[in-house]
Structure formats: structure tokens, C-alpha cells
Design a protein around this ligand. Structure first.
Ligand code: GPP
Ligand code: MG
Length: 278
């Protein structure tokens, strides 16, 4: 095992993000996770069944179904993964996508998070699911994971890249993924074509203490670090129904209107990028 740089939290910004996620117990995430034990920290895609409207528990279950559908689409883009492969979930939250990857591929997954609370929660989930030997969560920094060079067949980031410098992130991923391996990203990014950060995008940044990157920054940082996109999917239209359902639900957090405004005015995209390491 390569040596991990200490400390895991490098600066005040990272400590503030860790403090946010260590304290987070939001029903929009906890109640959805309780539906079937998969706890997500990402949004949903696909149309919703309008018959759920007005039924609180049915709306929660429907939002959870759309979030799980999003993670399935991410996993669809990982390519040919074998049970012997090892994967990494960079910014693994409470573990939802990592458990789905293990269920689908039967392989090892290492999740990393700078929230010790999330790491503890996810490892307890792994224990309850009886997969602790294959799915492990680590209090580590995705910019400096300490895993062996070339050890990861594929890595994904499911709505986590807005917390980090992309050049630093993809330099670390280029170290971890051997040639022919795959990186998949789902992210929200602002639109270079409409200009800088719109007001709605700035409101999203403020809500999560993040720094949403422009779309161009992804492709530049990927190219600079030996990653070549094979698929780019604009999921914006597919995620709008999720936000419309969430806005009408009992677990709305107040960030629904900025997301709907940003997507509908075109200042922000919900994007999937799958890239090969060359
Ligand atoms: C959190 O998911 C996602 C982020 C913090 C990143 C911001 C994402 C963008 C696409 C800009 P969550 O499930 O914890 O958020 P919420 O609590 O709002 O459901
Ligand atoms: Mg959520």
C-alpha cells in the first residue's frame, strides 16, 4: 500500500466540507435510503409516475427509484468489469453506488470520503449486507488516495468533482487506472456558451459549499491527464422530472428552484462523461 499523505484534510476548505457532511442527516437522503437500504448522495433521472403525487411515502419511493436509475446508468458506462477487478468510488458518501457496483459485477470496490461519519455509516452498511470483504470505505482524500499505482480497473465520481481541482483529481486517477481502464463521471457543470456562473449556479455552489466547474474544464483536465472520452451524455432533460417531483415533496430542501432554473435557462448541464485511460 502506498503511503497516504497526512493529514487527510489538507486545508480549511476541505475541513469545512467534511464538517458539512459529518453533520448531514437530511431526510431527503435518509428517508429515501430507508426505502431499500441503498443510501444515495446524487440526484435522479427518468420520468416519474404521476400517480404518486399526494402520497408522501410513494413520492419518497419514486424519488429513490429515480436516484437508483441514475446510478445504474453510471455503472452501464464502466465497460467490461470482471469479478477480479478492483474499482474505486471517489466521494463515496453513504455507499449506494458502491454497493450497486458490487452487486452487478461481483468485484471489489473501495470508496473514499473525507467525511468520517459517511465512511463509518457506509462500512456499517457493508457489514449489514455481508459484503465487508469486498466493499470497503476509507477516510481518505480522493486527490491522494494512497492506493497502489495501476490498482483500479475503473473509477467513478458520482456528483463529487465540484469539490476538487480537476487537474489534481485526474492526475491521481491517471496514476491509479492502467492504460485501457475507464473513468466515469456524472456531474453538474456550468455552460461555457452562456458565459460564467449564473445566479442559479452560484446559489447551488453556496448551498453545498462547492465550486461548480465549467463544462470545458472537464475535457481539458481529462485530455491533459491521458483520458479520452468515449461517451458524453447530456442528462439534463432526464433529470428535470426528478427536480419537479422533489419540489413537490415533503423533503424538498429549498435548492430545487435554483436547479430547475439553471437547467431550464441553459446555464447548467447534468452531464455523464465516460473516458478511457490511454
Ligand atoms: C449531493 O447529493 C450532491 C452534491 C453535494 C453535489 C452538488 C451536485 C451538483 C450536480 C452541483 P445529496 O443527495 O447529498 O444532495 P441533497 O441532500 O440535496 O439530496
Ligand atoms: Mg440527495
Amino acid at each position: 500500500m502506498a503511503k497516504i499523505a497526512e493529514p487527510v484534510l489538507r486545508n480549511d476548505y476541505q475541513r469545512s466540507i467534511a464538517a458539512y457532511w459529518n453533520a448531514e442527516r437530511d431526510p431527503v437522503n435518509i428517508r429515501l435510503g430507508e426505502v431499500d437500504g441503498l443510501y444515495h448522495h446524487h440526484y435522479g433521472i427518468g420520468g416519474y409516475d404521476a400517480s404518486v403525487l399526494g402520497d408522501d411515502q410513494a413520492m419518497i419511493a419514486e424519488m429513490h427509484r429515480l436516484e437508483t436509475a441514475q446510478a445504474e446508468v453510471l455503472l452501464d458506462h464502466l465497460g467490461d468489469i470482471r469479478p477480479g477487478n478492483s474499482l474505486m468510488d471517489a466521494g463515496s458518501g453513504r455507499g449506494g453506488t458502491s454497493f450497486m457496483a458490487n452487486l452487478r459485477f461481483g468485484c471489489e470496490v473501495d470508496g473514499v470520503s473525507i467525511s468520517e461519519q459517511q465512511v463509518g455509516f457506509a462500512n456499517e452498511q457493508a457489514r449489514q449486507r455481508g459484503v465487508s470483504d469486498k466493499v470497503r470505505f476509507h477516510f481518505r482524500n480522493m486527490l491522494d488516495t494512497g492506493f497502489e499505482t495501476g490498482a483500479k480497473r475503473a473509477i467513478w465520481t458520482n456528483e463529487t468533482t465540484m469539490y476538487v481541482d480537476l487537474q489534481q483529481l485526474y492526475a491521481e486517477f491517471a496514476r491509479l487506472i492502467p492504460i485501457g481502464g475507464r473513468y466515469v463521471c456524472i456531474t453538474g457543470c456550468y455552460n461555457d456558451v452562456t458565459g460564467g456562473r449564473s445566479r442559479a449556479v452560484s446559489q447551488i455552489d453556496q448551498h453545498y459549499i462547492c465550486n461548480i466547474h465549467p463544462r470545458s474544464a472537464y475535457f481539458k483536465a481529462l485530455a491533459d491527464n491521458g483520458f479520452v472520452p468515449i461517451n458524453v451524455v447530456d442528462l439534463t432533460a432526464a433529470t428535470i422530472p426528478y427536480w419537479e417531483l422533489r419540489a413537490q415533496s415533503s423533503v424538498a430542501t429549498g435548492i430545487e428552484d435554483p436547479f430547475l432554473t439553471a437547467y431550464k435557462e441553459g446555464s447548467f448541464h447534468y452531464l455523464l462523461i465516460a473516458a478511457d485511460r490511454i
